[in-house]
Design a protein around this ligand. Structure first.
Ligand code: NAD
Length: 244
């Protein structure tokens, strides 16, 4: 029986993970952690699942480093300091990090990269994402992953070609630029579209999530997979056995 600690347990995803774990006979929630709770439970679980905030993800990754606890991390908008702490943890324990745990989105990343490689930068690539009005970070981690997959398909350096805001006299769109636009409202779970604009034609590759259950189920698949793996940083593509 795999023992799991849920971090961010009182949140929307934390509750979805606990509900999904209740459906599995091979896993048990040994403890839950939310704001100000003690992190001691990390020492006695097989793996922790974290959907919280970047500050919490940092604190928990540092604590898990001491206990070499395996991790599944879904928090987005992390920033360099948190990424560095996760890399430190991955030096001593296996860690799956994914901005999106759904099978569909991870398939989409491969499709988008393939399309970008085939079409090249003369087809203008743009990403549009829509989420519920409580989401804190923008663009979504998934939109960034899609945009980076396009850059990988083009063979370009994402930081050189990204455009996250357009406001005022921005001029003509440079060839190879990758735009990412954000929409916020209502209770939308998550929608992402990658556009490829040719001269007289357009391709759209879209994913729409209608329930958080897909992320919770995917995080549990990742948790079952990661326990016992060698230390290292893994993606959902590794978990699902999809080409990276
Ligand atoms: P939420 O605001 O509903 O929940 C966050 C929870 O973290 C809250 O209960 C909050 O009290 C808790 N928290 C805050 N500080 C904490 C601390 N120091 N220690 C422990 N817990 C703390 O948010 P949500 O919708 O559940 O999303 C959480 C994160 O997961 C966000 O970054 C979101 O973008 C991301 N997310 C990822 C995926 C994915 O598939 N990877 C899917 C959905 C959401």
């Amino acid at each position: 029986m795999t023992k799991i600690v849920v971090v961010g347990a009182a949140g929307k995803m934390g509750r979805a993970v606990q509900a999904a774990a209740g459906e599995r006979s091979d896993m048990t929630i040994s403890a839950t952690i939310d704001v100000d709770d003690d992190l001691g439970a990390l020492a006695t679980c097989d793996v922790y699942i974290d959907f919280s905030t970047p500050a919490a993800t940092l604190a928990v990754a540092c604590a898990a480093h001491a206990t070499k606890t395996a991790a599944v991390i879904g928090t987005t908008g992390l920033g360099d300091a948190v990424e560095a702490a996760i890399d430190e943890l991955a030096g001593v324990a296996p860690v799956v990090v994914a901005a999106n745990f759904s099978l569909g989105v991870n398939l989409m990343l491969g499709l988008v990269r393939q399309a970008a490689r085939a079409l090249g930068p003369s087809w203008d690539a743009e990403v549009v994402e829509t989420h519920h009005k409580l989401k804190r970070d923008a663009p979504s981690g998934t939109a960034l992953a899609i945009a980076k997959a396009i850059a990988a398909g083009h063979g370009s350096d994402y930081d050189q070609v990204k455009r996250h805001t357009r406001d005022g006299d921005v001029g003509p769109r440079p060839r190879g630029e990758i735009g990412v636009a954000t929409v916020r409202g209502g209770g939308v779970v998550g929608e992402h579209t990658a556009y490829f604009f040719g001269h007289d034609e357009r391709i759209e590759i879209s994913h729409r999530a209608t329930s958080r259950d897909i992320f919770a189920t995917g995080a549990l698949v990742a948790a079952a997979w990661v326990v016992g793996k060698p230390p290292g940083r893994y993606t959902m593509l590794d978990v699902l056995g999809l080409p990276s």
